[in-house]
Design a protein around this ligand. Sequence first.
Ligand code: GDP
Length: 445
Amino acid sequence: MINDTISAISTALSASGVAVIRISGPSALNIAQKMFIPVGKTGVSDFEPNKMYVGEIEADGFKDYGMCVYFKAPKSFTGEDSVEFHCHGGIAITKGVLKKTLSLGARLATNGEFTKRAFLNGKLSLSSAEGLIDMINSESESGVKAGYYLYREKLTAEINAMQDDITDVLAQIDADMDFPEEDLEQTSTLAVENTLNSVVQKIDALLKTYRTGRTLKNGVRVAIVGKPNTGKSSLLNALLNYDKAIVSDVAGTTRDIVEGNLDINGVRFNFSDTAGIRESGDKVEEMGVSLSKKVLSESDVILFVLDGGFITQEDEQIYSLVKDKNLIVAINKTDKNDYKDDRADVYVSALKKHNLSQLKELLFEKSVGSGLDLNGDFLCEERHFNALLRAKEKLLSALNSIGLVTLDLLAIDVKDGWDALGEISGRTATEDIINDIFSKFCVGK
Ligand code: GDP
């Protein structure tokens, strides 16, 4: 039972129009009563829930004029009595209001504690809480959508349905245990097999969406490679529309990985412009070279840039290193050459910004794929993926041992499958898993 009251600033701490200080716990309304003087006749203790009241907010050493709203348990985000102060968004103002709540008995909330309380009070599942973090942290439309799918309990609903099916199987096994043969009745065997197979199929369908889901959440990693001076930095600048990478005529100038992000059709693309992957005698450049090899191995797509007016053996060497990867070959500097190459996917000019939209479409196609509905349901969390894999393994093991082991042994595998699924929604998650998830939140959420 949670019986203390927590408080925190729920908006970003910076000069802004409005800031929100949130209090949750049994003394929330009592604290509001001591620091809010409403305009009008209604006293704080008579506040109608979910209604904004205007008045004076007594902060630590000064006053602000703002609003207060009361959410009555259990109809609040946390499931507890909660109060929000909406004050002006100055840093000193916000801190002053928070300090006042603390002086009146609230405790400063830890990371994600409001959401953790919501979970502990049964207001949302664990995967929904994770979706919420994903949405808050996402900088792309697709990332928000992937988070929203979790947040709105869509995955939890699928998981719960699978768990219900498994519960039926467990009941069936339990019923048959009373028979002396210590084996499933023939009709039960069929029913158990069918149900377990159908759950495994549903798990497989979800597992298949993971690669795309992860891309939608984290973005696509693109490495730009090519020998020095082919125009990699220029192309990155042109794509990003600003001068982040250093452009120079001296070969080997781009020694560090220069990075940038771009939104293509709502998906985030993270670019790394690398030093050439050729060998070099220069120490600094060599560091860049080894970094490049790492970036290469971690990329989803490789953009190989050639200078159409200056193709050499070095280009061929690089090509041989990347040809088996998910590759886009771009011939650059078409403003001053008309070189044609069978391997080319696109002809561009970074200088004149020619064909950049075609290049962007290609990047999207090669990574996310065309015809993808971003509103579809995708698995995007590694934790969920791993739990589903474990559940599948246990259920397959149960399926393979029907008729070969005693019913109580069979039930153990089935129950383990049920438990693995429950980790996703939080029904069977351990305290460590729960703490780990909420520690990723910021204070105030
Ligand atoms: P990097 O070493 O591959 O990153 O190459 P840079 O982006 O530094 O470019 C090398 C040189 O090629 C610079 O002088 C650029 O201005 C020039 N350059 C890059 N792209 C183009 C292009 O599309 N057309 C022309 N004419 N020059 C380009």
